[in-house]
Design a protein around this ligand. Structure first.
Ligand code: AMP
Length: 141
């Protein structure tokens, strides 16, 4: 799978494959996940074809960032949920199945279904050097 190979999400944006659309603008498309983790599970995608988040243009990222909170508010209002996860997987090892950038909005009701998470932490070591290395690797926009 290359960075720019078309996926099923390109077909959905083009209207060649049906979906339950909830939002569309010039740069962004959002629709119901076909296998939801909970009622109201929405996928938010850029129209720009990029396999993973780090490959996305600044303009497409900005367009997504502008609308994501608004879509979260709509999902919360519709489902009555007050808690939710926004999940964004990159790479097969990180559970990415569709190689077109997408954000999951997954509502969580108390004791209801939603995203299950195993959060196994470790102690931070070498934080100063690590932070400096990451900072040094941030490209100019
Ligand atoms: P990920 O594992 O982050 O790549 O998630 C891909 C998501 O796309 C899954 O939650 C699928 O249920 C969802 N999905 C795949 N095909 C479709 C489709 N045709 N319509 C809606 N959602 C889809």
């Amino acid at each position: 799978m290359t960075e720019h190979e078309p996926t099923i999400f390109d077909q959905i944006i083009a209207g060649n494959i049906p979906c339950h659309r909830v939002y569309e603008d010039e740069h962004v498309f959002a629709f119901l996940d076909i296998n939801p983790l909970s009622v109201g599970h929405v996928l938010v995608i850029p129209k720009e074809r990029a396999a993973q988040l780090h490959l996305l243009s600044d303009d497409a990222a900005a367009a997504l960032g502008r609308v994501l909170p608004r879509l979260c508010r709509a999902v919360l209002k519709t489902t009555g949920s007050e808690a939710y996860n926004v999940l964004q997987n990159n790479g097969a090892d990180a559970h990415q199945a569709v190689f077109h950038v997408h954000f999951h909005i997954i509502p969580k009701l108390p004791k209801g279904p939603g995203l299950g998470l195993q959060w196994t932490t470790q102690e931070l070591e070498g934080g100063e050097d690590l932070a400096a290395a990451i900072t040094a690797n941030i490209e100019e926009s």
